[in-house]
Write a protein that binds this ligand. Structure first.
Ligand code: SF4
Ligand code: SF4
Length: 77
């Protein structure tokens, strides 16, 4: 079952050039928008709530919050 939930007005954007694949943002994201696969960060932007937790943990400033166009996100229940 999929439910649409209201999100913040922002969404995380990644700068792959700055990412060192440390995985800290994947550990911090409670919405499972980020995970590590074979040592590489995989970011599923459609799951991003826009909370900004990943921004605060990233030591290389590879993540920024940008304005979101659509303020809902689909979540599997
Ligand atoms: S915390 Fe920053 S550097 Fe580390 S994997 Fe995430 S985006 Fe990349
Ligand atoms: S802004 Fe929040 S929900 Fe989006 S990827 Fe970062 S920690 Fe996850």
């Amino acid at each position: 079952m999929h439910t649409e939930i209201l999100t913040s007005k922002f969404i995380a954007a990644n700068d792959r050039e700055k990412c060192i694949e440390c995985g800290k943002c994947a550990d911090r994201c409670v919405f499972q928008a980020r995970c590590m696969e074979d040592g590489e960060l995989v970011y599923n932007q459609s799951k991003c709530f826009g909370c900004g937790l990943c921004v605060s943990i990233c030591s290389t400033e590879a993540i920024s919050l940008v304005a979101r166009a659509n303020q809902t996100v689909k979540k599997s229940l």
